[in-house]
Design a protein around this ligand. Structure first.
Ligand code: G6P
Length: 613
C-alpha cells in the first residue's frame, strides 16, 4: 500500500527512483511522484502509472543526487496530480512522502489552519508536512527533531521520508506500523518500503522498528533514534534477493511467471526440511518451541485474503493429521473482538508480505494475552517475522503479481509439513502413512510441473468458453473447499467477474437458485473421500443446465461423462491435493483476465501489501 523510495549518494537519483517505483508499483498504482534536490527542489507528480510520470518528466530537469519517490494507493483524496506525493510544506522548504494513514489529520489540519496554513490537497500527508514545518519554524528545530516532535503528535500509521532544502545533505525517514527499510551502499543510502528497489545496489539493510527515526547523510552517516529521542543500535542484515527473481524474464506477466515458478518454489520451501528416503521432516521454527507447540490446547490461524484460504487448509491438515483443534480467523475480525486467548494457545499468522496491518495487529493482541506467536511468512525481515516468537519462511522469492499464487502454495506446503511433523511426533499418524506423505510431498513439485505442461491448452480453451460470463460459482468439498474459495477470489481479483466459492453441499442452500445455462460452475472434484457426493453435486448442477468445469484426477472417466469440460490433475494423497488443485484455477483466472483485456498484474483498486486497516 503506497511504495516509498529514497536515495542519497553520488549517483543520479532519477533512474534509481524511477526503477525503484516500478519495482514498488505492485503496492499502489493510482499516481506517482518524485522530488529531486539539485540546488533547487524539483517536484513532479502524475496521476496514473509510473510510466505516466516517466513520460511527464522526459522534458524536465531531473538532475540531482538526492531524491524521494512515491507510488500511491489512495486513502484520503481521489487519485489525481494534486493528491499524489511528494507533498511540499507551505513555505516550500520540506518535501515528504508517506505510506499509512494519519488518523487525527482533521484535528491537526484545523489547528494548522488557525496558524495560517493553507492546503492544496485533500490528503492527510499534506497535513503532516505542514505540521513538521510549523514545529520547525516555531521552535527553530533541525529537520530530524521537527519530524520527531511532529510524529509524537500523530495518531495512525506512517512510513515517511523527508527532505529539507535548507539541510539538503540528509534524508530523514521514520516508521510506525508501515514498513521501511534502509539500504546501506558504498557512500550511498537507500530508503524504501521493501528491499526490492534496493537489492540491485546493496544487500546490506536495516529494517526500521516502529517509532524509529533514521537519518542518513551524504557523508555516510546512519543514525537511528526512537521517537523518545533515544539512540538505537542499527541491526544490519544481509539480504539474499536475486535480481532475476524480481524480473519478469520471458513471461508476459509476473503472475504467469509466478504460477510457472511453483514447481521450484514448492521445492525451495521443502529444501533441507524433508527427506523421505531417510524418513525425516524438520521445521526449524517448530523445534525452537517444541513443548508449547506440541502441548498447545489449540491453534488459532490469523490471516487475510489468499493467506486466509491457506489458513483454512491448515485447519483441515492440523485437525486430521495432528488432532490439534484449530480456529481460522480473519485477522481484521480477531483483532477487534475480545477473543479468549491464553498462553496454552498458539497463534499462527500467515502472510506473504509479513506487513498486513490487520494480521500484525491481531498478532500483537495475541502476544499480549500470552499466546505463542508463530509466523509463516515470505518476506524476510518483515514486521510479522520480527514480531513472532518463532516461525518459518516459505522461501517463495519476491511475489510481485498482486494476485497471490506461489506464496499460497508455499504457505500450504509449510502447513502440510508442520501438520505431518506434528502428527508423527504426537503419534496421531502411523509411521507408514507418515513416510508415504513425505514421499508424496517430495513428488509434488514434479506433479505441478506435469500439470502445468499438460493442462495449459485445455485451460486456455475453457477460459475462452466462459470469459464473458458475468458470474461464476466454485464448489469443493473437504480440502477442496478452501480451493473453491481461492479459485473464486483469483477470478474476482483479476478479471472482475463476480465469483463465489462454496462448500459443494451448501450449494443447495442458496446458490443453486442462481444456476442456469449462463452460469459456469467450477467443481473441484479430486476427492477420494465423498467422491460420490461430489458427483451428485455435479449432477444437480447439470440438471439445472449449469455449465460444469470439473477439476478431476487423471483418468476420471465418470465425471468426464457428465461435466462439460474437465481438467485433469495428477493424483496424490488427499491432504496434499490443494497443492495441485489450485494450479488450474490460477491459470484459468489468468487466461480469462487476459482475454478480457484486464491488467493482470495490477488489478484495479487492489494493492499487494495492505498496510492500512
Ligand atoms: C492483499 C493481496 C492478497 C493477499 C492479502 C493478504 O489483499 O492482494 O493477495 O492475500 O493482501 O496479504 P499477506 O501479505 O498478509 O499475505
Amino acid at each position: 500500500m503506497c511504495g516509498i523510495v529514497g536515495y542519497i549518494g553520488n549517483k543520479q537519483a532519477y533512474p534509481i527512483l524511477i526503477n525503484g517505483l516500478k519495482r514498488l508499483e505492485y503496492r499502489g498504482y493510482d499516481s506517482a511522484g518524485i522530488a529531486i534536490f539539485n540546488g533547487d527542489l524539483n517536484v513532479y507528480k502524475k496521476q496514473g502509472k509510473v510510466q505516466e510520470l516517466v513520460n511527464f518528466t522526459k522534458s524536465k530537469n531531473t538532475q540531482g543526487t538526492i531524491g524521494i519517490g512515491h507510488t500511491r494507493w489512495a486513502t484520503h483524496g481521489e487519485p489525481n496530480d494534486t493528491n499524489a506525493h511528494p507533498h511540499v510544506s507551505g513555505n516550500g522548504r520540506l518535501t515528504l512522502i508517506h505510506n499509512g494513514i494519519i488518523e487525527n489529520y482533521a484535528l491537526l489540519k484545523e489547528a494548522l489552519k488557525k496558524e495560517g496554513h493553507t492546503f492544496q490537497s485533500e490528503t492527510d500527508t499534506e497535513v503532516l508536512v505542514h505540521l513538521i514545518e510549523e514545529l520547525q519554524t516555531r521552535e527553530n528545530l533541525k529537520i530530524e527533531e521537527a519530524v520527531r516532535v511532529a510524529l509524537s503528535k500523530v495518531i495512525g500509521a506512517y512510513a515517511i521520508v523527508v527532505i529539507d532544502r535548507e539541510d539538503p545533505d540528509k534524508l530523514v525517514a521514520a516508521r510506525k506500523a508501515s514498513p521501511l527499510v534502509v539500504g546501506i551502499g558504498e557512500d550511498e543510502f537507500f530508503v524504501a518500503s521493501d528491499p526490492t528497489p534496493i537489492a540491485e545496489f546493496t544487500q546490506k539493510v536495516v529494517f526500521l522498528n516502529d517509532e524509529e527515526i533514521a537519518v542518513v547523510t551524504r557523508d555516510g552517516d546512519l543514525q537511528i533514534k526512537s521517537i523518545e529521542n533515544e539512540i538505537q543500535n542499527p541491526f544490519i542484515q544481509e539480504l539474499d534477493i536475486k535480481i532475476e527473481e524480481m524480473e519478469k524474464g520471458d513471461f508476459e506477466h509476473y503472475m504467469l511467471k509466478e504460477i510457472y515458478e511453483q514447481p521450484k518454489t514448492v521445492a525451495d520451501c521443502m529444501r533441507g526440511r524433508v527427506n523421505a528416503a531417510e524418513g525425516w521432516i524438520k521445521v526449524g521454527g517448530v523445534d525452537t518451541c517444541k513443548d508449547r507447540i506440541f502441548n498447545a490446547n489449540r491453534f488459532i490461524i490469523a490471516a487475510c485474503g489468499t493467506s486466509w484460504h491457506a489458513g483454512l487448509i491448515g485447519e483441515y491438515l492440523f485437525e486430521e493429521l495432528a488432532r490439534i483443534p484449530v480456529e481460522v480467523e480473519y485477522a481484521s475480525e480477531l483483532r477487534y473482538r475480545n477473543p479468549i486467548i491464553n498462553e496454552k494457545d498458539v497463534v499462527i499468522a500467515l502472510s506473504q508480505s509479513g506487513e498486513t496491518a490487520d494480521t500484525l495487529a491481531a498478532l500483537e493482541m495475541a502476544k499480549s494475552k500470552g499466546a505463542l506467536c508463530y509466523g509463516i511468512v515470505n518476506n524476510v525481515g518483515s514486521s510479522i517475522a520480527r514480531l513472532t516468537h518463532a516461525g518459518s519462511y516459505i522461501h517463495a522469492g519476491p511475489e510481485i503479481g498482486v494476485a497471490s499464487t506461489k506464496a499460497f502454495t508455499g504457505q500450504v506446503t509449510l502447513l502440510s509439513m508442520m501438520a505431518i511433523h506434528l502428527g508423527y511426533e504426537r503419534g496421531t499418524i502411523p509411521r507408514s502413512y507418515y513416510l508415504q506423505l513425505l514421499e508424496e510431498l517430495e513428488n509434488i513439485p514434479n506433479k505441478i510441473d506435469r500439470l502445468l505442461k499438460n493442462a495449459q491448452k485445455q485451460i486456455e480453451f475453457i477460459a475462452g468458453e466462459i470469459k464473458d460470463a458475468p458470474n461464476a460459482l466454485y464448489l469443493g468439498r473437504g480440502y477442496n473447499f478452501p480451493i473453491a474459495l481461492e479459485g473464486a477470489l483469483k477470478l474476482k481479483e483479476i478479471s472482475y467477474i463476480h465469483a463465489e466459492g462454496y462448500p459443494a453441499a451448501e450449494m443447495k442452500h442458496g446458490p443453486i437458485a442462481l444456476i442456469d445455462e449462463n452460469m459456469p460452475v467450477i467443481v473441484i472434484a479430486t476427492n477420494k473421500s465423498a467422491y460420490e457426493k461430489i458427483v451428485s453435486n455435479i449432477q444437480e448442477v447439470k440438471a439445472r443446465k449449469g455449465k460444469v468445469i470439473a477439476i478431476v484426477k487423471e483418468g476420471d472417466s465418470i465425471i468426464r461423462e457428465i461435466a462439460d469440460y474437465t481438467i485433469e490433475i495428477p493424483d496424490t494423497d488427499e491432504p496434499l491435493t490443494p497443492l495441485l488443485s489450485v494450479i488450474p484455477l490460477q491459470l484459468l483466472s489468468y487466461h480469462i483476465a487476459l482475454m478480457r483485456g484486464c491488467n493482470v498484474d495490477q488489478p484495479r483498486n487492489l494493492a499487494k501489501s495492505v498496510t492500512v486497516e
